[in-house]
Design a protein around this ligand. Structure first.
Ligand SMILES: C[S@@+](CC[C@H](N)C(=O)[O-])C[C@H]1O[C@@H](n2cnc3c(N)ncnc32)[C@H](O)[C@@H]1O
Length: 294
């Protein structure tokens, strides 16, 4: 790759974009990031100290930047995602206080005019919101479920002008392939549960308060539901191991996003779960970015 290849990553989180570039075999680039979460920034800087942090996306202007070759971004999805879409407080689509940040991506895309861009968001958005984004970005999204390269269901839209031939091949990974053998006692539940069956994707229903999704205990012979950031107690995804329900560990969250073991070490478990739930599945992004290497 030529020198001075500049990547600008908006809503960079813990820099999954940077992990994916390396995984795609692209290593010679300057990486500029816009992020406001201090824990995510801490993890990025401890893994990639040369990252240039630009702060709040609202304060970024092309006139202060070098020529940008690649623009990346997955803006917050809280007002678009199915899990919140029926809640009147959140059901504001692209006008919602979080999801309207898409328009900052659009502004910076039009100011910087990069050769390539990649924009990611949830596939559970309404068709109307999807079409608004497609119209603005002048392309249709590719739909990829991370379960092709991971033991996690994560259905996402990717809008890009990078040439992507086909989705990644299905690697057939299940939870049993990525779990820790002996997680610490703090991850195990003492609560009772309803057993739902040996061959059920959700093998047990845990007796805890809250939404049904929180009660799901996944079968190790299958895939887990989409990792999300934690919005309260007991939000971590759960699995049924040795006859007992337990939470997945932060290390297992890393593996479910194809993030290297220990990448998010250095902050609390809560922060690790949050940034991994917010993050990208590395092998999906690397698959798309491989189109740049051609
Ligand atoms: C869905 S996450 C994206 C995570 C990212 N793709 C990654 O690889 O980890 C959205 C991110 O946008 C960040 N964010 C929210 N408001 C922002 C703002 N005004 N400027 C920059 N980043 C912001 C959040 O802190 C969060 O990390």
């Amino acid at each position: 790759m030529i020198n001075q290849y500049n990547v600008l990553s908006l809503f960079d989180g813990m820099s999954c974009g940077q992990l994916a570039l390396h995984k795609a075999g692209l290593t010679d680039f300057n990486y500029l990031a816009s992020e406001i979460d201090k824990f995510a920034i801490q993890i990025t800087q401890s893994n990639y100290p040369n990252t240039v942090q630009l702060g709040d996306v609202h304060n970024i202007s092309a006139k202060d930047l070098p020529r940008i070759n690649l623009l990346l971004g997955g803006s917050p999805c809280q007002n678009l995602s199915q899990t919140t879409i029926n809640n009147i407080k959140h059901n504001q689509g692209l006008q919602g206080d979080k999801s309207k940040l898409f328009y900052e991506f659009l502004r910076i895309l039009s100011e910087t005019k990069p050769e390539h861009f990649l924009f990611e968001n949830v596939a559970s958005m309404t068709n109307a919101n999807r079409d608004l984004i497609s119209h603005a970005l002048e392309c249709d999204p590719i739909r990829i479920n991370s379960n092709l390269v991971s033991a996690q269901d994560r259905d996402r839209y990717y809008w890009t002008n990078i040439e992507v031939a086909a989705p990644p091949a299905d690697q057939g990974i299940i939870l049993n392939d990525i779990i820790e053998e002996n997680p610490a006692s703090k991850y195990w539940y003492a609560q009772t549960f309803d057993y739902l069956g040996d061959n059920e994707k959700v093998q047990a229903s845990l007796h805890i308060h809250g939404h049904d999704i929180l009660k799901r205990v996944y079968n190790l012979n299958g895939k887990v539901g989409t990792l999300t950031c934690l919005k309260g107690g007991n939000h971590q995804k759960k699995v049924f191991q040795n006859g007992t329900p337990r939470k997945l560990t932060p290390l297992e969250y890393e593996r479910l996003q194809n993030v290297p073991d220990g990448y998010t070490l250095g902050v609390s478990d809560t922060q690790r779960y949050n940034m991994l739930g917010n993050g990208w599945t590395i092998d999906v992004i690397a698959h798309i970015l491989q189109g740049l290497a051609k």
